[in-house]
Design a protein around this ligand. Structure first.
Ligand SMILES: *Cc1c(COP(=O)(O)O)cnc(C)c1O
Length: 817
């Protein structure tokens, strides 16, 4: 409807080969004073990146001017993690110039893939949470929605993982060492953020009480903006990441280099842990830093529009991705009250209308808490405001709800500040990330809040950017889809459904099989290059890729592998189709148990892979340094997707969606989005096993699980567990004992032994099924055809309509191309 204001061109035909080469040549000359023919890959990558940025910068400017001119309501997605991976090919795809660039480079005998490999992964996140934020950024821009990211520009991303003697070793990720071609530093948009000091109230000249702060530490927050290029729609949104600097006016105030260093290093490292909020001062300061800077810049923008305050919630939505940015709530209150003299009542009304919150976990120990003393000392004004929010909450609920319920839901309890409680009380929407997860929030984890604010709770099942996870990472499959169902799926993932018409078409099934085979051969080559292990590309590629965590149960996978190993050793004729078990996983550096599991998987791999009697039947590959780029290599080659977390523990999962989209068949518990995958493909096209969430809760209730009993009565479990401590697996004396203790002495917190038989039975069925190639291919096709429902485009549209109340800028621009 705004088409008349600005016509933004996008998509194919944006630039010709000739124009592109001219621009590239100019950039190589200007940047390096050489010719394209003489440039190294590194130089060419940076020149190409600069060229591409030059192509979308006009659209970036136009998009922004348009939002401003139309005063469109915008959403700001606050996330302490973003995990975009590499941006070159994704930008090229979204600009519609992937092929033009590929062909242009080919004229110089340069392979685009080689240039793309030069780019360092932007890994400013641990796993699913950060990747979701990046899929959403892509989807928001691609859906033409006015939305921006707000986060931290860590100098070092998630650590690089290596294996030494089977142990995880962590190396710093110096992703910025050669510079970052995509970012733009905006000094003019820098703001100050205040920490510590003494805060008290004092009457001002107009008689009102004002806040006085003394002895604060003032830091400079400098934004670096990265364009989020929409898919063939001419829209470029902004991901704004903040970096700390020490303002020159403050230089003289530090008592020592050490003291200065703490502040200087505020945005140096990403906390390499995605489940436990460690009581670290720097982490809390990081949270406030990007929240305060982000809210200040939003308010600065709003002031430009010259509206009265009550319009704020018509122009701005702020989303809190997990609790790390929950200080958005008191910070917006502070700015409105302290800087603009808005009353508490109005500030509170606006704040709760503007804010919305996504919960990502149901594990109580992972819910974020901060000690009050820390908040009081390092963020005294935040503490005051949180305390007042808490006080007013208690007062407003008294007489309506019983005292015990109010106590259980208030923000400050004992010596702790409960960030999820703050996020729920201070916002208008709380959502879970899969149906089961949202139901569990209402029924168990946040049940108290659900009785108080039932209307605030809703579900938004996660989704993925099909562009990255299919169009970019799996070109062979994409081509088969184009040939079979046309290209509409590239814009509308729901159209993958058209593939259902071909489920009995032997030619299509054969083409799909070929595409898969090509990707498996590529991965086999990569495996050999990086690990030296030679795998048979016609074996079943069985994949479990995700953070290493006890609840995700990589160990259950390993127990099954050991069962197979012993079976083959005893009976070399056993009917086991050759299988390659592929793992990718980082463990948090402080998570000893997870690191022990890595060590044990590596030692079992070493044992099995070198056992002559096993040959091709069983191979175990643990690829180091799992990240977005590695995921893009593994997923297209997967036959089997392992999604075997203990039911109720995985909020949603997204690797399950990526793998399904690429034709892998899922073996899964009824956890997170696996439930919705089962509903989408039907029971016959997925291998479901294990305890249900209700059965898990019944065990908690009745306290009647005995892992030792399983061990004593199940001879296979007995045999497999003994192998951890009887020397059958070399070099794991300590780790083997630790693992057996976790299962027997500490009664197997995640019910691995309880689910073991059911898992093995499902694996046996799968093993049989794979041997009927036509049946397997059909099953794979049905998974691809039904994966469109897990599109991040669809998910962000639901957020836009139900939570943020924002509208697309140019609906259907691509159709008018
Ligand atoms: C998708 C993705 C994840 C999330 O995986 P889950 O299995 O859903 O936990 C983590 N890390 C990377 C690099 C990913 O691409």
């Amino acid at each position: 409807m705004f088409q008349s204001v600005f016509v933004i061109k996008g998509g194919k035909g944006m630039i010709t080969k000739k124009q592109l080469i001219k621009e590239l040549r100019k950039n190589v000359q200007e940047m390096y004073a050489i010719e394209i023919e003489d440039a190294t890959e590194q130089e060419l990558f940076f020149s190409l990146g600069t060229t591409i940025k030059g192509i979308y910068n006009k659209n970036w400017q136009k998009t922004w001017n348009n939002y401003l001119a139309e005063e469109q309501k915008q959403v700001y997605y606050f996330s302490i993690e973003f995990l975009p991976g590499k941006l070159l090919k994704s930008n090229l795809l979204n600009l519609g110039i992937l092929e033009v660039v590929r062909e242009s480079l080919a004229e110089f005998s340069v392979d685009l893939e080689d240039l793309a490999a030069v780019e360092k992964d932007m890994a400013l996140g641990n796993g699913g949470l950060g990747r979701l934020a990046s899929c959403f950024m892509d989807a928001i821009a691609s859906s033409g929605l006015p939305g921006n990211g707000n986060g931290i520009r860590y100098d070092y991303g998630l650590f690089k993982q290596q294996f030494v003697d089977g142990y995880q070793v962590e190396l710093p990720d110096e992703w910025l060492r050669n510079g970052n071609v995509w970012e733009i530093r905006r000094d003019s948009k820098a703001v100050n953020v205040h920490f510590g000091g003494d805060v008290y109230m004092q009457p001002k000249s107009n008689g009102k009480l004002g806040v006085v702060a003394e002895n604060e530490t003032i830091l400079r927050a400098v934004p670096y903006d990265t364009g989020m290029v929409g898919f063939e729609n001419g829209i470029v949104n902004t991901m704004r990441l903040w970096s700390v600097e020490i303002p020159s006016s403050e230089e003289g105030k530090y008592r020592s280099i050490e003291e200065r260093r703490v502040f200087e290093d505020l945005t140096a490292v990403l906390y390499p842990d995605d489940s436990n909020a460690r009581g670290r001062l720097i982490r809390l300061a990081q949270e406030y830093f990007f929240v305060s800077a982000g809210i200040q810049s939003i308010i600065r923008y709003f002031k430009k529009l010259n509206h009265p305050w009550h319009v704020l919630s018509e122009k701005v939505a702020i989303h809190i991705n997990d609790t790390h940015p929950a200080l958005c709530i008191p910070e917006l209150m502070r700015i409105l009250m302290d800087e603009y003299e808005v009353s508490w009542e109005q500030a509170w009304d606006l704040t709760s209308k503007v804010m919305s919150y996504t919960n990502h976990t149901i594990m109580a120990e992972a819910l974020e808490k901060w000690p009050t003393y820390l908040m009081k000392r390092s963020l005294p004004r935040m503490y005051q405001i949180i305390k007042e929010i808490d006080r007013r909450y208690v007062v407003s609920m008294s007489g309506i709800h019983d005292a015990a319920l109010i106590e259980r839901t208030r923000i400050i309890q004992g010596e702790d500040i409960h960030m999820a409680n703050l996020a729920i009380i201070g916002s208008h929407s709380t959502n879970g990330v899969a149906k089961l997860h949202s139901d569990l929030l209402k029924a168990v984890v946040l049940h108290d809040f659900y009785t108080i604010y039932p209307e605030r709770f809703n579900n938004k099942t996660n989704g993925i950017a099909q562009r990255r996870w299919l169009q970019l990472s799996n070109e062979p499959l994409s081509r088969v889809l184009d040939e079979t169902i046309g290209k509409s799926w590239r814009h509308e993932p729901a159209d993958l459904k058209l593939l259902m018409n071909y489920q009995n078409d032997p030619i299509v099934l054969e083409k799909l099989a070929k595409a898969k085979q090509q990707k498996k051969e590529e991965l086999a080559k990569y495996i050999q290059e990086t690990t030296g292990i030679i795998v048979n590309p016609t074996a079943i590629f069985d994949v479990q890729i995700k953070r290493l965590h006890a609840y995700k149960r990589q160990l259950l996978n390993l127990l099954h592998i050991l069962k197979l190993y012993f079976e083959i050793k005893e009976n070399p004729q056993a009917s086991i189709y050759p299988r390659v078990f592929i793992f990718g996983a980082k463990a948090a550096p402080s998570y000893a148990y997870a690191k022990s599991i890595i060590k044990v998987i590596n030692e079992v791999a070493n044992l099995v892979n070198h056992d002559q009697t096993i040959g091709d039947k069983l191979k175990i590959v643990f690829l180091p340094n799992y990240n977005v780029s590695l995921a893009e290599k593994i997923i297209p080659a997967a036959d089997v997707s392992e999604q075997i977390s203990l039911a109720s523990k995985e909020a949603s999962g997204t690797s399950n969606m990526k793998l399904m989209l690429n034709g892998a068949i899922t073996i899964a518990t009824l956890d997170g989005a696996n439930v919705e995958i089962r509903d989408a493909v039907g029971d016959e096209n997925i291998y479901i096993f294990g305890l249900t969430e209700a059965e898990v809760y019944a065990y908690y209730e009745n306290k009647n699980y005995s892992a030792r009993e399983v061990y004593e009565t199940n001879p296979i479990v007995h045999r497999v567990l003994n192998a951890f401590v009887d020397g059958s697996i070399p070099n794991i004396e300590r780790e083997g004992q630790e693992i057996v203790d976790s299962l027997l002495l500490y009664n197997d917190e995640y019910f691995l032994l309880r689910d073991f038989d059911a898992y093995c039975e499902a694996q046996a069925r799968l093993n049989q099924a794979y041997q009927d190639a036509t049946h397997w291919q059909k099953c794979s096709l049905i998974n691809i055809a039904n994966a469109g429902t897990f599109s991040a485009d669809k998910t962000v549209k639901q957020y836009a309509e139900d939570i943020w109340q924002i509208e697309p800028l140019f609906a259907h621009t691509h159709q008018g191309r």
